[in-house]
Ligand binder design. Structure first.
Ligand SMILES: [Zn+2]
Length: 494
């Protein structure tokens, strides 16, 4: 579909790896159960407390409410399995759950379901409101409190979340759920693996078969030994600790210092674009494998150039073959251009995670790729942000062929949709749109700033689209976006 060769270099070999790779953490998906986006809301399990089931609705007067619930649950199923219009399906489901709640005002279940499914569209504010209503209707339900705790955690309101987990534990001392919640959201995040282990062992004492506790405990034990490969020297390899990062590598020790300097430099640049937030007490760990083979053995992440694991705040990448083979580079920055691009992209995910639990894919990946195009001239604190060398060829193809994802669709893609069909085009368009929005302070004020603020307030993908983009005259904005993209990929000034 795209011109495979540019300047004599076969692009598919370089680019195939990157897009798959930057997509996610292939071998480390979020632990199952709970309200994992895309995995579907599965009610937490516990031996001590039978999960909150759909309520019996014994009265015929509540039959109508039951029909709304069924229809809403059907829309959720469509969203999760068909994945064609996830935001629209979930929003339809929420409207129907609300209708059921009006018809059955004493029942917490419809509100509980709203709080569960809002996770998929990142509508955390709506989720919190719904969870609050469910708690008000059934204040002694540990399960509802645990769901509200997760909702609060999605908004990074850790203290309030912890209070809910602790209260749930008081109400239901034999429940495994509060232990799982604290382990996953409070201990693993802060890389307190011993404390996480204690919580999870406690959970398994109370509920020996709990699948989520079992899978998390396995994960924590693997993490404590990471990277478990003979390629990685005992004692941790070379290590360089800086203000924000701990870079570890099994490459030569100088690499730790070199990439650490790059990580600090790009971090300083991220903070010129985004408001400062407390980064937490944990320094960001970055593991840099000496080559792809070593990375594969240490991570079992096939065809990945790097990934960020939000549940442990860990960033992993490797020194790319193209860089090692580059014998004509004038300096180290130029030589390691591909590895640096991956570092700048992935480190952005790590940085943004201190602001937001999750964000719409075009925004997160688009910014990762935006910063992936940053170049620091020697002695200069601020970079120029040019074209991302992995995306530019695809942008040229989009411009030539005129075929693109319609913006209203792109801006409302959820995770499985973004990484599904047309993933390269989605990344490329997300990147170019972010680049365009940063090119003009008016566009920043009109779109990006309120978008970020909205996300921090817990507004979801659909809500933010309607608030900021629904009234956009797309044909005329696209003319300007295309002109920007043409100048970006041709290197000409506008
Ligand atoms: Zn990414």
């Amino acid at each position: 579909m795209f011109a495979p060769v540019e300047g004599g270099r076969v692009l598919s070999g370089i680019l195939l790896v990157p897009w798959l790779a930057l997509a996610a953490a292939p071998q480390e998906p979020p632990p199952g159960g709970g309200t994992t986006p895309g995995a579907g809301p599965a009610p937490p399990e516990s031996a001590a407390d039978p999960p909150l089931r759909e309520l019996p609705f014994p009265s015929e007067a509540l039959e109508e409410a039951r029909r709304y619930l069924e229809s809403a649950n059907g829309a959720v199923e469509r969203a999760l399995h068909e994945r064609r219009q996830v935001v629209a399906d979930i929003e339809a489901a929420i409207a129907q759950f609300k209708r059921a709640a009006e018809l059955a005002p004493a029942e917490p279940y419809p509100w509980y379901r709203i709080a569960q499914v809002c996770d998929i569209t990142l509508s955390y504010a709506t989720a919190l409101e719904a969870a609050g209503k469910a708690v008000a209707l059934k204040p002694d339900s540990a399960e509802i409190l645990v769901l509200r705790a997760e909702t609060l955690a999605n908004l990074h309101r850790w203290k309030e979340a912890e209070k809910d987990w602790n209260r749930a534990q008081e109400l239901s001392p034999r429940s495994a759920l509060p232990h799982i919640g604290r382990a996953r959201w409070l201990k693993m995040r802060d890389r307190k693996f011993e404390e996480a282990t204690q919580e999870l062992e406690e959970a398994l004492k109370k509920d020996p078969g709990n699948p989520q506790a079992k899978s998390l405990l396995k994960r924590v034990r693997t993490e404590a030994k990471f990277p478990d490969t003979k390629d990685w020297p005992a004692g941790g390899g070379a290590r360089h600790e800086s203000a924000r990062y701990i870079v570890m590598t099994n490459a030569e020790p100088a690499a730790a210092k070199f990439f650490s300097a790059h990580a600090e430099r790009i971090y300083a640049y991220y903070t010129t674009k985004f408001p400062k937030v407390p980064g937490g007490t944990v320094k960001f760990p970055i593991y840099i494998f000496k080559d792809e083979g070593s990375f594969l053995r240490g991570t079992q992440a096939p065809r990945a150039a790097g990934y960020y694991s939000p549940d442990t705040r860990k960033l992993v990448l490797y020194i790319m073959r193209e860089d090692v083979d580059n014998k004509t580079a004038k300096n180290l920055d130029e030589k390691y251009a591909n590895t640096i691009l991956v570092l700048y992209h992935e480190a952005f995910h790590q940085f943004l995670h201190t602001h937001l639990e999750d964000s719409p894919r075009w925004f997160d990946e688009g910014h990762g790729d935006f910063f992936g195009g940053a170049h620091f001239a020697p002695g200069s604190g601020l970079p120029t942000v040019g074209p991302n060398l992995w995306r530019a060829p695809y942008m040229k193809a989009i411009l030539e062929q005129g075929d693109q994802t319609p913006f209203p669709k792109l801006l409302q893609l959820t995770m499985p949709e973004m990484y599904g069909h047309g993933v390269i085009e989605n990344y490329t368009q997300g990147w170019s749109f972010v680049h365009y929005l940063w090119s003009d302070p008016t566009l920043f004020k009109q779109y990006l700033k309120p978008y970020l603020e909205g996300l921090q307030a817990g507004k979801g993908i659909g809500e933010l689209y309607r608030e900021l983009f629904e009234k956009v005259d797309w044909p005329s904005l696209e003319v300007k976006w295309r002109a920007h993209c043409r100048s970006l990929v041709s290197g000409e000034k506008k």
